[in-house]
Design a protein around this ligand. Structure first.
Ligand code: KG4
Ligand code: ZN
Length: 325
């Protein structure tokens, strides 16, 4: 089964051809992230316009690089949400037009299910059940994956998503957007015990997160140093902040007692987090899976992979900025 996936939920215009939900034949990503460096974040209207510009060439390239003909495609998969509404609309409209012209099914895919499915492309034998820690720019969730399309939310963030906090802290440190990967790099050179930043733990739902207190503490630390004209070590701030984040993420996901933990989302690329998880997993005899680094952030291969396991076609879908799981 050959599925063409389309993804335009944020600032990546992506198309990919995937065979049988597991084998990537092509994976094209045209990112507008560079444009947003000077704005310090994604500007929705500009993102939509860039998608309009890139979408058709990106789809054409995905088909060409897969070395198939349009007629070989069995179904079109598209992200319908969550994401920026104007950005989503571009992908959904292109997908509908293509599915109609080829007379093949259109499979709507929730972006978060796509992030989880990035693991099916990396670990060819991985199957549910497992527990997933989904961490991205927009989401922070612990999920109980009972079946490919049977997902329960165990916990989530009560305020900021973890990637969002990385990017906000990065901005205050003067790093270009997105700050996440840059902080990860700086953290390697710093002392994680140098500064004591707060960790939030809830008693009523042990799987929930809150990062706004940590974010404020880091920003206050930097501002107070700047006001006093004192130097501070960016490396130490990055390392201490990253340690606070990873402590909480690792503790909460291990509270599930699952012996099979699967990571997903852009922040799953974080090296410090991978190290911390691997260490804890070795101690607790637990298996941990990560997508390939290139499949952690937004791409369309993960959307095509997720669609293979979703038994629902719907030609009348609409873009939805914040749909249910
Ligand atoms: O999954 P993704 O591409 O988009 C969303 O669906 O949100 O995730 C993007 C987020 C950004 O906040 C980015 O800073 C973060 O993932 N990110 C990282 C790393 N690589 C990407 N955060 C921390 N460490 C990284 N190595
Ligand atoms: Zn994403």
């Amino acid at each position: 089964m050959i599925i063409l996936g389309i993804e335009t939920s944020c600032d990546e215009t992506a198309a990919s051809v995937v065979k049988d939900g597991r084998i990537i034949l092509s994976n094209i990503i045209s990112s507008s992230a560079k444009i947003f460096e000077e704005y310090g974040g994604v500007v929705p209207e500009i993102a939509s316009r860039k998608h309009v510009e890139y979408i058709l060439p990106v789809i054409d390239r995905a088909i060409k690089e897969a070395d198939i003909k349009r007629e070989d495609i069995d179904a079109i998969a598209v992200t319908y949400g969550p994401g920026l509404i104007g950005a989503l609309l571009v992908g959904v409209t292109a997908a509908k037009a293509l599915a109609a012209s080829l007379n093949i099914p259109l499979i709507p895919v929730n972006h978060l299910k796509g992030h989880i499915a990035a693991n099916y492309l990396t670990h060819i034998d991985l199957k549910p059940p497992f527990v997933c820690l989904l961490i991205s720019g927009g989401h922070t969730n612990i999920l109980d994956i009972q079946g490919y399309d049977d997902i329960k939310i165990l916990g989530g963030t009560r305020d900021d998503a973890v990637g969002e906090v990385y990017d906000k802290v990065g901005r205050v440190m003067g790093l270009v957007y997105p700050g996440g990967p840059k902080i990860d790099k700086l953290a390697k050179e710093g002392n994680p015990e140098a500064i004591s930043f707060p960790r939030t733990k809830f008693k009523d739902n042990i799987f929930d997160f809150s990062f706004s207190g940590l974010k404020t503490a880091v920003i206050n630390y930097i501002h107070s140093k700047e006001q006093k004209n004192e130097d501070y070590s960016k490396e130490d701030v990055a390392a201490s902040f990253q340690k606070a984040v990873t402590d909480v993420l690792v503790d909460n996901v291990f509270e599930t007692k699952s012996k099979k933990i699967v990571m997903a989302g852009g922040v799953a690329a974080n090296k410090g987090l991978r190290e911390a998880l691997n260490k804890r997993a070795a101690k607790e005899n637990t298996e941990v899976f990560y997508p390939d680094i290139r499949l952690c952030t937004d791409n369309a291969a993960m959307i095509a992979a997720a669609a293979y396991y979703i038994n629902k076609e719907d030609f009348d879908i609409n873009a939805d900025a914040s749909p249910d799981m």
